[in-house]
Design a binder for this molecule. Structure first.
Ligand code: ACO
Length: 380
């Protein structure tokens, strides 16, 4: 029996929602948040201002931004019971699994209220944006057997996260670069994790479940997990001389090269352009990363071999090199992506609630009908 619909694997090109949050033009390498080009935001804005813009649809006034920042600053700490729960996580567990569990656990502590109550929406937005970075940094300290570093009220969002990670105040340039990284990763239309957030939101469950399901989806190597894989790949390649052989082996084995290719972009991802520039700024301050030359050669050869297919560097290709220079361990690269993307997920949660209809797609059944049940003792 046919449903009359064409089946598109991965729902490629099928609109799943109407949205005014962000816009991507994959042919021309354009990304806008609420109509503002990402380059302009990266140059002039800050992560919390961008989060406000994405979630509430407009740039905040000076006072609205101050109130939002102060609210987030006030709610950065996590409850000791959450910290104690996290202490029991195995230190060998992946930080994304830890983050998914702790994000879901927030729902146990902040009781559900009416989803049409603007106060509750703000309450959840502030708590999630405030506490997710603290949980990522705390889990990192605890897996090393250390007490979590408490948030530092004299530091803003980005600087405070780096402080909780390293127990050192970052230089202004380090904090600024990390803040730009957060802006670049904050939102990107309906990708896998955002779709997962929207599907979960459409059941009218609580926002902590929405974010936990999105974190789980972001963790996969075809999505946010690629930035961690990129560094492992650069390590495996080992030297500039080995790059061509590595790419040729990938071509021969039809193996994907991490940090390249995108469902939407058919040119170099505009976020990769900015991240590469940020990596170079950091290298000027602190010395070049030994893998940067390998990365440059890899990008050149991948372009040569795959450029005709529209496969170019994506956001994950240079982010790892930036994070490594900021002293972040590679298995925290995807949690950093999540810290930023919470803003976009929350914007889609809020948008979904405004026009909600539960997601319930159809399928093309390919199984059989009218089978006879065979009792277990008669099965061979
Ligand atoms: N290396 C080599 N070939 C590639 C790559 C790559 N990184 N990406 C796509 N291709 C090839 C595929 O083999 C396929 O070739 P074919 O037509 O000859 O079979 C063609 O390009 C289309 O690839 P699909 O996987 O069908 O493209 P899709 O749009 O489904 O996938 C994706 C996009 C998942 C990002 C893919 O490019 C990929 O796996 N890249 C590597 C992982 C990665 O970097 N992910 C991060 C993406 S950005 C993000 O999620 C934040």
């Amino acid at each position: 029996m046919t449903t009359g619909c064409e089946f598109k694997p991965g729902l490629e090109g099928i609109p799943a929602a109407q949205s005014s949050i962000s816009f991507v033009d994959g042919k021309n390498g354009i990304l806008e948040y609420r109509g503002i080009p990402i380059q302009e935001l990266a140059e002039k804005s800050s992560f919390l201002e961008v989060a406000y813009l994405l979630i509430w649809g407009e740039l905040p006034t000076y006072q609205e931004l101050e109130d939002f920042k102060n609210d987030i600053l006030y709610h950065r700490r996590i409850k000791y019971r959450i910290r104690d729960m996290m202490k029991c996580f195995p230190e060998t567990g992946h930080p994304m699994d830890s983050l998914q569990t702790s994000a879901a656990a927030l729902g146990l502590f902040y009781s559900r209220r009416a989803l049409d109550d603007p106060e509750y929406i703000r309450h959840a937005v502030v708590r999630l944006l405030a506490k997710i970075p603290t949980m990522v940094a705390a889990a990192n300290s605890m897996r090393k057997g250390n007490d979590p570093v408490q948030p530092n009220d004299s530091l803003d969002y980005a600087a405070n996260f780096l402080y909780m990670m390293t127990e050192r105040r970052p230089y202004d340039l380090q904090a600024k670069i990390f803040d730009i990284c957060l802006m670049l990763h904050a939102e990107h239309t309906i990708n896998a994790s955002t779709f997962s957030a929207m599907v979960t939101a459409s059941t009218l469950t609580d926002p902590y479940a929405v974010i936990a399901s999105a974190v789980g989806t972001l963790a996969g190597p075809l999505h946010g997990g690629a930035n961690e894989e990129v560094l492992l790949m650069l390590e495996e390649i080992g030297s500039v001389e080995n790059v061509r052989g590595y790419v040729e082996t990938c071509v021969a084995n039809k193996q994907k090269i991490m940090g390249f290719g995108h469902r939407v972009y058919k040119v170099k991802d505009p976020r990769a352009v900015i991240l590469q520039r940020l990596a170079e700024e950091l290298f000027e301050l602190e010395g070049e990363d030994p893998y940067y030359k390998i990365a440059l050669e890899l990008e050149k050869i991948v372009e040569e071999k795959y450029g005709h297919k529209g496969i170019f560097a994506n956001v994950d290709f240079y982010s790892g090199l930036v994070y490594r220079k900021l002293g972040i361990p590679s298995d925290l690269f995807t949690p950093l992506f999540a810290i930023a993307r919470v803003a976009g997920w929350l914007a889609h949660w809020k948008e979904q609630l405004g026009v909600n209809r539960i997601f319930r797609p159809t399928q093309v059944y390919t199984g059989v009908h009218n089978q006879i049940y065979i009792p277990v003792e008669k099965r061979s």
